[in-house]
Ligand binder design. Structure first.
Ligand SMILES: Nc1nc2c(ncn2[C@@H]2O[C@H](COP(=O)(O)OP(=O)(O)OP(=O)(O)O)[C@@H](O)[C@H]2O)c(=O)[nH]1
Ligand SMILES: [Mg+2]
Length: 459
């Protein structure tokens, strides 16, 4: 049964010039409202999944645009309600005038994500799939796109369903045993319980471990390029981006404001930030640049520290790198730059050290390959990530998975300690609740509002 009493409308396509635009309308009055605005064919009797060429006209009969109206009858539509999609000409006018006409005829302007929210409420998709719709729209890299498509197809929801089924089976065993507890019989074979628990724990743990990559698939990988003035940081940034993004000059202290640039590597979006050279700057503007650089390092996923190989690293730099390594974050890669200037000395080598010439990298792509491969590996990007791999990209899911795993681990410990089925069942209920919150079987309005407000209007 559809759950909404009113009819919503919105422009579904982006603004600006385009060949076509789409205005969507969904709800119990969708067909009636569309047919009140439509001329050239009778929409009110139209069968589901039929397209009709005609026009949208103002109340006084003047035409707004020629359109194709496609009618979908409930429940066989994207939202589960009656839906009409009006394809008109693109650009800012036709879509807006048609939307206004629909509003005038009785529709209400849709809130962000309201079409998808209705699809969820009408059981067309679960919450994890609805969230994948937003991820797909926001996807900024090939991997982000691939993962969201797989989630939208329900692969992730299937994995959660599998975990859920295992936990429910466990609960059923335990409850049967509790029902007959007076008679002192054990229905639940402890080994079978242990197996089922271990399996749930492994599946949850696998999903949680994918988060490290998932977060980066979703938000991109922040790499900060830092080092002393004149080390060649901006030259390296430009080489990585394959463009003259940052100003390069032989004057130390050239870069003051952070310079950012994005590029896709191995399907992941990398966000590089070039910073002001680190030193005790005498001039106030440069000093501000240096302190910004330090803050940027604090926020980064990976630090690329550049030094001039002909000068080597001074004691201050060595101490700095050691302190970063000691903290353990962010992971630091060292670039020994300007190897083209080395005459006889062998370039430095070692794990996490990349001897290269940023200047040469402009002409020769191979120069940066080892550094790029290491950036990808450090970011957790697995090039073999296959079609349909499950990766958790959503922080809300991660938090629920974490709690579900904690509950399953607590249950396993209790089982090991020989405690009664009652407490075990309680832990399992917690785990089931947490998984239900991901797919939306258990949810509340605030959570839904928060999720759907991220969407654009018309989706
Ligand atoms: N020979 C040689 N020169 C380089 C190389 N990389 C950079 N340079 C030169 O070193 C100088 C400084 O380069 P930048 O990229 O501006 O250095 P930076 O680290 O960004 O300097 P600041 O912004 O001042 O901190 C410029 O003259 C570059 O042309 C290299 O691989 N080989
Ligand atoms: Mg610079």
């Amino acid at each position: 049964m559809p759950v909404s009493s009113d009819t919503i409308a919105a422009i579904a396509t982006a603004r600006g010039r385009a060949a076509l635009g789409i205005v969507r309308i969904s709800g119990p009055e969708a067909v009636a409202i569309a047919s009140a605005c439509f001329g050239g064919a009778n929409l009110s009797e139209a069968a589901s999944h039929t397209a009709h060429v005609g026009y949208v006209a103002r109340r006084d009969g003047t035409r707004i645009d020629q359109v194709v109206a496609t009618v979908f009858r409930a429940p066989r539509s994207a939202t589960g309600e009656d839906v009409v999609e009006c394809s008109c000409h693109g650009g800012d006018f036709a879509t807006r005038l048609i939307l206004n006409r629909m509003l005038e005829a009785g529709a209400r302007l849709a809130a962000p994500g309201e079409f998808t929210q209705r699809a969820f409420l009408n059981g067309k998709m679960d919450l994890a799939q609805a969230e994948a719709v937003a991820d797909l729209i926001h996807a900024a890299s090939a991997l982000a796109h691939r993962v969201s498509v797989s989630h939208l197809q329900g692969r992730y929801s299937e994995a959660l369903a599998e975990i859920r089924a295992g936990l429910l089976e466990l609960c059923a065993y335990l409850e049967l045993e509790l029902d007959f507890s007076d008679e002192d019989v054990a229905f639940a074979d402890r080994e079978r319980l242990e197996d089922l628990l271990a399996r749930s724990e492994r599946l949850l743990d696998e999903l949680l471990r994918s988060w490290r990559l998932g977060r980066r698939v979703r938000d991109g990988v922040r790499v900060v390029i830092a080092g002393r003035p004149n080390a060649g940081k901006s030259t390296l940034l430009n080489a990585l981006l394959g463009s003259d993004r940052a100003i390069v000059s032989p004057t130390p202290g050239t870069t003051r404001d952070e310079v950012e640039g994005e590029t896709e590597i191995g399907g992941l979006l990398f966000r590089f930030t070039d910073t002001a050279g680190l030193r005790d700057a005498a001039d106030a503007i440069e000093a501000e640049g240096v302190s910004r650089a330090e803050r940027a390092i604090g926020r980064s996923d990976i630090l690329v520290y550049v030094y001039d190989v002909t000068a080597g690293m001074d004691a201050g730099e060595q101490a700095y790198i050691e302190s970063v390594a000691k903290r353990g974050a962010p992971p630091a890669l060292l670039v020994a730059n300007k190897t083209d200037l080395l005459e006889r000395d062998a370039p430095p080598s070692g794990r996490g050290v990349f001897a290269l010439s940023a200047r040469r990298a402009f002409r020769d792509e191979a120069e940066l390959q080892p550094l790029i491969a290491c950036l990808l590996e450090t970011a957790g990007g697995d090039l073999s990530l296959s079609e349909g791999s499950l990766v958790v990209t959503n922080e809300r899911h991660r938090n629920h998975l974490r709690k579900a795993l904690d509950a399953v681990q607590a249950a396993r410990q209790r089982l090991g300690a020989g405690s009664g089925g009652e407490l075990l069942a309680l832990d399992l209920r917690v785990a089931l609740h947490e998984i239900g919150a991901i797919t939306g079987e258990i949810t509340n309005e605030d959570v839904l509002d928060q999720i759907f407000s991220r969407f654009c209007i018309g989706k």
